[in-house]
Ligand binder design. Structure first.
Ligand code: NAP
Length: 268
């Protein structure tokens, strides 16, 4: 159970891992603020979870690709008289068509949604958490961020590497404040992610079911890790083996490994 009435802000809560994290947090007694672009799924989830667990849930739609969105979101939260005790930076997407053929606007949106918005929301909300002596920040990164590169979705891996390193730096800085910080690094997870980037057919053909995890399990592992204040967690044995290989292999061999992966998915 959450201690007292504590409120967790979850970005990208309209689907996938974000919606699963909302279920986990509501089940543990936390009040929630849910955000994403699509209001309908957020409202349905809020109704389902407040009925099931008796928690208070606010829905505030926002497009995090908009540079003003983090400030406006925090203003909207403040106007409602809410304080944010936990932040889950989860919203994200990828483009797999190669660097030169990806719309520059999509590149900019990737950087804003998965890198700038988490940094800005953390900077806006961490002071309050530290002042109150309790906080949780869970940054949903990726196994891709533990690899030397991602081919075809060129910026995705580096953005997630950034998020892992920034989380670990914050974890160090927040020691003794009561604020826990964790980077969650899922591997292949069943969500809308691969439908949105148009690679469902390729990833399903290339990787067998046992390499995939369901979003509920990933969410439970992620939330348990931030409660335990682990700086980084990679769910699943196979994903941990791959992460270890990515870190241990000489760079040229690791690049060959991720190049093979990208070719199997027709991304190179
Ligand atoms: N699925 C995987 O295999 C996998 C593996 C590793 C890491 N991840 C990471 O897990 C996180 C969640 O992804 P998922 O797998 O759950 O994918 P998903 O089912 O497609 O959900 C993505 C969420 O992000 C939101 N989002 C996307 N663009 C947004 C924007 N411009 N502004 C606000 N919200 C936005 C979407 O909501 P709206 O469309 O309503 O805005 C949705 O709620 C991402 O950061 C992803 O990189 C996924």
């Amino acid at each position: 159970m959450g201690e007292g009435r504590r409120t967790i802000l979850i970005t990208g809560a309209s689907a996938g891992i974000g919606a699963a994290l909302a279920r986990v947090c509501a089940g543990r007694g936390y009040d929630l603020i849910l955000t994403a672009r699509r209001e309908g799924p957020l409202q349905s989830l809020a109704e389902e979870l407040s009925a099931a667990y008796g928690v208070a849930i606010a829905v505030i739609p926002a497009d995090l690709a908009d540079p003003d969105a983090p400030v406006r979101l925090v203003e909207a939260i403040t106007v409602r008289g809410l304080a944010v005790d936990g932040l889950i930076n989860n919203a994200g997407f990828s483009r797999t068509t190669g660097f030169l053929t990806t719309d520059p606007a999509d590149h900019a949106a990737m950087v804003r949604v998965m890198l700038s918005a988490p940094v800005e929301l953390s900077r806006l909300l961490l002071p309050g958490m530290a002042a109150r002596g309790w906080g949780r920040v869970l940054n949903v990164a990726s196994l891709a961020g533990q690899m030397p590169a991602t081919g075809g979705d060129t910026l995705y891996g580096p953005i997630k590497s950034f998020l892992i390193k920034a989380s670990q730096g914050l974890w160090l800085e927040m020691q003794g404040t009561g604020v826990h910080v964790t980077a969650l690094c899922p591997g292949y997870t069943y969500t809308e992610f691969h439908d949105v980037n148009g690679s469902r057919e390729q990833v399903s053909a290339a990787y067998p079911k046992w390499m995939w995890m369901d979003a509920d399990r990933v969410a439970r592992i992620g939330w348990d890790a931030v409660e335990a204040n682990r700086p980084r967690v990679t769910p699943g044995v196979m994903n941990n083996v791959l992460a270890a290989l990515g870190g241990m292999l000489p760079n040229t061999m690791a690049l060959k490994m991720v190049g093979g992966h990208a070719r199997r998915l027709d991304r190179l």
